[in-house]
Design a protein around this ligand. Structure first.
Ligand code: SF4
Length: 153
């Protein structure tokens, strides 16, 4: 059977990041090649209505708000992106996702700490968190071995 996997668009090289670049992951690209996998790619922040490029944002640890580096609250867009991504998965019966590590949307266990100083803390980005809460198995691009095992289940 074909496995459907949601993938962060930037990991496939799409130029959707805040800085207008992509973040192609060659290991992931070759992992996905020649496998019975249906790849669905999207960028939650774009789905939430944010432009490319955009001012970088981080989640404030104390308030859980998403603030961009200029201090604007972009929580609404991040939440909309997360909800739209979940809906997309549910509509397409996608139960596995590979999301970009460390992103305030896509990071699954470590994210920037909200001080824009490059420091990481434990925690998940808005989209990764919502998907995991709804039973979707989330991996990041460094966890392809775990993903391989999951696909064999
Ligand atoms: Fe990549 Fe996710 Fe950030 Fe979009 S929101 S650029 S898919 S890490």
């Amino acid at each position: 059977t074909v496995s459907k996997i949601l993938v962060s668009a930037c990991l496939l090289g799409d130029k959707v990041r805040y800085d207008g670049a992509g973040k192609p992951c060659l290991e992931l690209l070759s992992f996905l090649k020649n496998k019975d996998i249906e790849v669905h790619k999207l960028c939650p922040e774009m789905l939430g209505g944010l432009p490319v490029p955009r001012i970088p944002a981080e989640i404030d640890e104390h308030t859980d708000k998403v603030l961009n580096k200029s201090g604007t609250d972009v929580s609404k867009q991040f939440l909309l992106g997360a909800e739209s991504t979940l809906k997309y998965c549910q509509n397409n019966e996608i139960k596995i996702a590979v999301l970009k590590s460390k992103s305030p949307s896509c990071g699954k266990d470590r994210i920037y700490d909200g001080t824009f100083s490059g420091r990481l803390r434990d925690g998940a980005g808005c989209t990764a968190r919502l998907l995991m809460q709804n039973g979707i198995d989330v991996f990041d691009e460094t966890e392809l071995e775990k993903l391989e095992i999951k696909l064999k289940e």
